[in-house]
Design a protein around this ligand. Sequence first.
Ligand code: T3D
Length: 264
Amino acid sequence: MGSDVLRREQRGPVLLLTLNRPHSLNALSRDLVVALRDAITSVASDQQTRAVVITGAGRAFSSGADLTELEARYVAGDTALGEDLRQTYAPLIRAMRACPQPIIAAINGVAAGAGLSLALAADFRIAARSAQLVLAFIRIGLVPDAGALFFLSRIVGLGRATEMAMRGEPVTAEAALQMGLVSAVVDDGAALDAALARAAELAAKPGGALRLIKSGLSRAAMLELDAVLELEAELQQEAAGIADHRQAVRAFVERKTRTSPSAG
Ligand code: T3D
């Protein structure tokens, strides 16, 4: 089941990771961030897992960095926030993007600060109707981190990202859907099931091609057209060498041959 702060459950081909500090709305303590990073890093080489779902225990997805822990560190004279990001959040976000399996964030309740950053680094976000998404950093005089500066404007555009980052106002799930920040809104209590259903759908697709698509989309965002065309050629060459592709083409042609009136 994993460490107490992070529950780990294998559900067939889907790994379900539950942030498990409900008393603080799943605030991201250092040990939780490290546990999540380790879980996601190890799934990369796990042949059994074909998709990952991250959700929160209780009524929230995550309230972001654990401010009680942060204050204790300040009181102890530790103000090295930059180094903390390099050591904890940055490796987690890198692991999420390097993870070959798709990651789905089931936003069961509020996602704030670095809790929202986590969801932004996932491949899909499915939100409960009453969930609020808040880039809370400005409320405590901080800059969006854990990848939010990178992902948010790419997902919703610079204008909306500026609005969320500078105002720090909560965005409702419905508004998030309108701006493409989440891909679905479901009834309260149904976000996890909807995310598991999405994970099962993805788990049934060719895993090698999903890995190449994830890598290709990440890399293409930073390249010129000519470089993207070359990247596509390289990725497609790799995809063509995976058995899934050849089998799917053969199955299509055989089906067509069987059903065509002119067939034998
Ligand atoms: O290197 C570094 O670590 C820096 C990185 C920083 C990255 C960041 O994420 S900065 C942003 C940090 N997060 C926030 O500023 C959000 C703080 N929380 C809130 O604004 C509100 O709690 C929410 C809007 C998320 C939810 O509000 P509400 O009214 O639904 O719940 P609540 O009553 O405020 O919170 C419930 C409990 O959770 C409460 O504890 P209690 O009084 O019942 O014992 C509250 O203190 C606790 N809690 C909520 N958020 C955090 C937290 N405890 C620790 N850290 C939190 N972030």
